[in-house]
Design a protein around this ligand. Sequence first.
Ligand SMILES: [Zn+2]
Length: 187
Amino acid sequence: MLDVEGGSSVKRVVESLESYIAVCPSCLKKTLVITEFIYEIPFFGRVLITTGKCPGCNYKFSDILSLEEHEPTRFTVKVSEVEDLNALVIRSKTASIRIPELGIEISPGPAAQPYITTIEGVLYKTLDVAESYCEDKDSPEYKRAVDNIRRAIRGELEFTFILEDPCGNSGIVHRRPERVVVERIES
Ligand SMILES: [Zn+2]
């Protein structure tokens, strides 16, 4: 399901739109429950959040769509203060995330997990993925990578957080907007 974290930064559900039943793309039965609702995110605007769940086969999906006009954009934050870790990240399926200093690359695509969380939340998710999928946990590379992510979470390691979305459905909301470099990219 869709992760919506970030505490008070995510204001509230402004409208509950609707819930309906559709054909499940996995088991092809008409049992897929789709729910759509709108979140109002301060300084970003309204987003439409769609989640689908099939009780028959456990198929799930979720997506985030910005309801405001946002251009294809790259957001860059030089994370050097604890406050930067608390910046809100709105990530749709079409967004990629890169943290070069930590060797992190999160690709867009149909299987990508959309979420609303903080930069710190993205680091925790990455840590989870590393711990779940790495086969050689004794290797020096793994230990170094995980140690670096933990240090970054504690604010002991400066890094660059880059979010790019050619469809303009993603964004970073920082308490101090001047900390975020915003560039227009080709769609
Ligand atoms: Zn199904």
